[in-house]
Design a protein around this ligand. Structure first.
Ligand SMILES: Cc1cc2nc3c(=O)[nH]c(=O)nc-3n(C[C@H](O)[C@H](O)[C@H](O)COP(=O)(O)OP(=O)(O)OC[C@H]3O[C@@H](n4cnc5c(N)ncnc54)[C@H](O)[C@@H]3O)c2cc1C
Length: 463
């Protein structure tokens, strides 16, 4: 069956765009998920495609889906593979559809402050091009320079400055999709639309299980605004969480708000002597607003026993905010392992969740570091970094597996959200139904309606 599929793909896309070379099949059998990386280091590629097809135009997608439907072969869409949860891994083999090869282009609408880009657009290149014209996307994930615009939509991504600009769900104005049936649709609002349900949300975070995102219109913002930074020492984690909550309730919108527990503060400040939690603050806007927000934040922090350390901690972090080398270098070492797990909870539960996750995970890693970095009036996200060394890569795989199940079980027991922005992927698919509860029924019904042959990215989101 797969031979005739490959033959049909070659006829549709051309020989150069279709590969069964083992290097290509191995490369697409992993993303940036530490567990997948570590498994690959043991020589294991449990999730391997039969063929990789590289699009040169999104118009070709309908033809690929028709072939896959005819032959009952799964299709797993792949952007730049920066997923850290196994989202683009082809669990049932079949076709990996690489869309990062579609030539990218974008168009700026300065009057309405949007940019429309092909889904294959490299995020960092888009932000750099906008910066040259005095604009920013406001969306700045740590993976800005290793992810696509379509990937952001498909994964419900959020960026480091979300407390001012919001997540991709807030920044997305319009997008187009190609369904598994070959049909296309545009979903959007100009600038808001009360005509039935807000269908823009259907594909946001669908991880390639419901359709292929082909073009994306995002908001843009003026880039060159006065900015102020400060770094604060806080007495306790509870004090810092209260500052984050109080400023959210007052409606402040600092573009940078990152609060580190003492263990991560040592890394964030690059200073092993730090013995207290640390808060990074950045305010931005017309000078009066940047100054006023900075002043209110200062009052809130000092009211909780905090003290200013000067801007350097926060500005130094700004300079290395795309750096992932601590995790990557450790993973590259025999037996070394590292993981990042981001979750979210209400203000009423986040402090207990922090304590419980630390206690449960400490026996599994040498270091358990946590920070809180995306803030809402109801609660915040918590990002846990685990670093450790085991006796072998096989033992590291076991440790990472235990880390995931332990973390997810603790979150479920605390009623927390299992992912704040890295998504379900393979890491969380076994927990998707429990996490979504009765809403999972809606997801299953959407899947049946939009992908009746069930070809798109099987084995994800509990589908
Ligand atoms: C160092 C590092 C830092 C990160 N920081 C952040 C962060 O700050 N915030 C954040 O949100 N995420 C972060 N991530 C996770 C990841 O970068 C994002 O999820 C990103 O959005 C994935 O984009 P991608 O193009 O690499 O997609 P891929 O990893 O290739 O794919 C991810 C999923 O999206 C689907 N997909 C991709 N493109 C399309 C499309 N056009 N249509 C339909 N489905 C598609 C795939 O099938 C897959 O399920 C980080 C990852 C790394 C490695």
């Amino acid at each position: 069956m797969i031979d005739s599929t490959i033959q049909s793909l070659r006829e549709l896309l051309g020989d150069d765009a279709v590969t069964t070379a083992s290097t290509d099949l191995d490369a697409t059998s992993q993303d940036t998920w530490p567990l997948a990386t570590k498994r690959a280091m043991t020589g294991a590629h449990p999730h391997r495609a039969d063929v990789v097809a590289r699009l040169t135009s999104f118009d070709e997608a309908a033809g690929v889906f028709a072939i896959a439907t005819r032959d009952g072969v799964p299709v797993t869409v792949r952007g730049l593979g920066s997923s850290v949860t196994g989202q683009p891994l082809p669990v049932n083999g079949g076709i990996v559809l690489d869309v990062s090869t579609v030539p990218a282009s974008f168009e700026v609408d300065e009057r309405n402050m949007t940019v429309t880009a092909s889904a294959s657009q490299h995020g960092g290149e888009l932000e750099d091009a906008l910066a040259a014209r005095g604009y920013t996307l406001g969306h700045s994930p740590q993976s800005l320079y290793r992810s696509t615009v379509g990937g952001w939509v498909a994964t419900l991504a959020t960026g480091q400055f979300s407390s001012m600009y919001g997540g991709i769900e807030d920044l997305l104005v319009r997008y187009t999709v190609t369904l598994a049936t070959g049909e296309s649709a545009e979903l959007g609002a100009r600038p808001r639309a009360a005509m039935g349900p807000d269908l823009r949300h259907v594909f946001i975070g669908s991880e390639g299980t419901l359709g292929l995102v082909t073009s994306v219109t995002l908001k843009i913002f003026p880039a060159a605004l006065p900015t102020r930074f400060e770094t604060y020492a806080l007495p306790t984690v509870a004090d810092g969480i209260e500052v984050m909550r109080e400023q959210a309730l007052l409606g402040l919108r600092p573009f940078l708000l990152r609060f580190y527990d003492t263990d991560e503060a040592r890394h964030a400040m690059a200073d092993p002597t730090i013995d207290h939690p640390v808060l990074f603050v950045g305010t931005r806007g017309p000078q009066e607003i940047a100054d006023a927000e900075a002043a209110v934040l200062h009052r809130l922090v000092t009211g909780r026993g905090g003290r200013a350390l000067g801007p350097e901690g926060a500005t130094a972090w700004m300079g290395r905010r795309f750096d992932f080398s601590t995790v990557e270098n450790l993973l590259a070492q025999p037996g070394g392992f590292a993981e990042t797990i981001e979750v979210a909870h209400l203000w009423s539960g986040i402090g207990d969740l922090h304590a419980a996750l630390r206690e449960a995970l400490l026996p599994l890693a040498d270091e358990v570091l946590s920070h809180f970095s995306h803030v809402y009036t109801q609660g915040t996200s918590m990002y846990v970094i685990l670093l450790g060394r085991a006796d072998s890569d096989e033992a590291a795989v076991e440790r990472l597996t235990a880390i995931w199940s332990t973390a997810m079980d603790v979150c479920l027991a605390h009623g927390a959200e299992l992912s704040h922005h890295h998504g379900g992927g393979l890491a969380r698919s076994p927990y998707a139904e429990r996490s979504l509860g009765s809403a999972h029924l809606v997801l299953r019904r959407l899947k049946s309606a939009l992908d009746p042959a069930r070809i798109l990215n099987p084995g994800k989101l509990g589908l």
